[in-house]
Design a protein. Structure first.
Length: 253
């Protein structure tokens, strides 16, 4: 008995709608796969790669894992990158994180969930690397979201350190690596860095992207401090006013 028959029904409706629009769509799709883009994103169900880019199936080659991490010992991810670059000859590799990422949050807050903790240690490594300026942030949500951004920068840099990408650049294959972040609350993508299109781009563009985030972290810290001081002054003023009124009350017979 098919317990998920509603999903099969939805699938039939989806296929029929596409055929109605373009009768030879599936025939064409089955004969070729020539995507220009490799997407490395988070497994989060709220970030469906081709939908948010408005692309059709076949236009995007996709790899997803928890918190869009690129690790040099992950043969799954490395194989996807190798196949995409060397066989499909994609022109762009996009590492896309998202604000509010549960994987990044678990790492930042040191939440324990079992096996996945080891995977998320890679995010913790990113946090430790940038702890010099991140440690000034007191607001947990801000820390979480800046970490989502920094994670993208570090993972796109990891992509550029793979032999597949370095070899492609060496033989002159046109290939750019991009770092983007997606907002769950507005559905919009934001670019976090100049793309990396040559080995010489990696270090300076990485540095520039991190410096940009560092500046925004610093502005957030200043803003929080100013708000706290204003709050403290308001409290002191209120306390003084209360003291005055209570002494006036006390002076009454
Ligand atoms: Zn996520």
């Amino acid at each position: 008995m098919n317990q998920l028959k509603e999903l099969f029904q939805k699938n039939r409706e989806w296929a029929a709608a596409i055929v109605k629009e373009q009768p030879d769509f599936f025939e064409q799709l089955s004969q070729q796969q020539a995507p220009e883009y490799l997407w490395i994103g988070c497994s989060d169900a709220r970030v469906p790669a081709s939908e948010i880019l408005g692309l059709m199936p076949g236009e995007l080659f996709v790899h997803r894992n928890v918190a869009n991490v690129v690790v040099h010992t992950d043969f799954n991810c490395l194989s996807v990158i190798q196949f995409a670059v060397e066989v499909l000859k994609v022109k762009h590799v996009i590492v896309c994180g998202h604000y509010g990422c549960g994987g990044v949050k678990a790492a930042v807050l040191d939440e324990k969930h079992g096996l996945i903790d080891s995977w998320l240690q890679h995010i913790k490594d990113v946090q430790n690397k940038h702890t010099g300026f991140l440690c000034e942030l007191e607001n947990e949500n801000r820390l979480h979201n800046y970490m989502c951004e920094l994670n993208v920068i570090e993972q796109m840099t990891n992509v550029c350190r793979t032999n597949t990408i370095l070899d492609a650049w060496k033989r002159g294959q046109p290939l750019s690596v991009h770092g983007w972040i997606y907002g769950l609350n507005d559905g919009l993508l934001r670019n976090l860095s100049e793309c990396f299109s040559r080995p010489e781009d990696v270090q300076p563009n990485h540095q520039t992207a991190v410096t940009e985030i560092k500046k925004r972290v610093s502005a957030s810290v200043q803003k929080d401090r100013a708000a706290r001081e204003t709050g403290n002054q308001a409290n002191e003023l209120e306390k003084l006013n209360n003291d005055d009124s209570s002494s006036e009350q006390n002076s009454q017979p």
